[in-house]
Write a protein that binds this ligand. Structure first.
Ligand code: ZN
Length: 233
């Protein structure tokens, strides 16, 4: 008996067919695409020209291609718990750099979602372990907007508002990066947007934070090439 047969049997014995279903689903996908669009794989094999970098939550219910009805090749995607843009996270910084400087994306979308477990957990005092270091970044967003959030009596509404405010702060965090400010100066792009996905309706809400230049940033975060140290010498 081959190793692959052994693996298949073990999964069946475990009564966990979810992985086998994914492989079967892949077969159906290949057959469907071959019938509907015979050039599909040949086109994508040549390379990618996505128009947008999507920074979203890892939540399994917020499947980027599905909720935006976009084809593979349209979106360059980075996802983590609660769609955070942390300035010491080389993962997200690398995704932004690659998307902006090599894929030349026109847009960056930060997309959160209501009923976000990460945001909800950040409002609790329970000690969860390692993830508390990550959730701390959301607590910082709370602290920035504590007056507004504390005035909301209903806990569900307060959490929903924190989801929105967190997206807005992560939009600003994208814009605070050297990568994005340099691209604005040299290429006049990308446009940075903040959206929230509603699990109940399936609709995306535009939070109307659409930033395309350093004038929208607080002064302390703006890089200015004419003000570099020693430039007068
Ligand atoms: Zn989430």
């Amino acid at each position: 008996m081959s190793d692959s047969h052994q693996t298949t049997l073990n999964l069946k014995e475990m009564h966990d067919l979810s992985v086998l279903r994914m492989l079967a689903g892949n077969q159906r996908f290949v057959e469907r695409m071959a019938a509907e669009d015979p050039g599909f794989f040949g086109r994508l094999e040549k390379g990618q020209t996505p128009h947008t970098l999507w920074i979203g939550c890892s939540d399994s219910r917020v499947s980027t291609d599905v909720i935006t009805d976009t084809e593979p090749g349209s979106l360059f995607v980075h996802r983590n718990i609660a769609n955070m843009v942390v300035h010491t996270d080389f993962n997200v910084l690398s995704a932004i750099d690659y998307a902006v400087n090599h894929l030349n994306v026109q847009h960056i979308v930060v997309c959160g979602h209501y009923n976000c477990g990460g945001v909800a957990a950040s409002l609790e005092a329970a000690e969860l372990g390692l993830i508390d270091n990550w959730l701390r970044n959301i607590k910082d967003v709370y602290r920035l907007h504590a007056a507004e959030l504390n005035a909301i009596v209903d806990k569900k509404e307060r959490t929903a508002r924190l989801v929105e405010l967190n997206v807005m702060e992560q939009v600003y965090n994208v814009c605070k990066t050297y990568t994005v400010q340099k691209a604005w100066r040299e290429h006049g792009r990308p446009f940075v947007h903040g959206w929230v996905y509603d699990l109940k309706t399936g609709l995306l809400k535009d939070l109307a934070v659409n930033i395309s230049g350093r004038r929208d940033l607080e002064e302390i975060y703006r890089f200015d090439v004419d003000q570099t140290i020693g430039s007068e010498h």
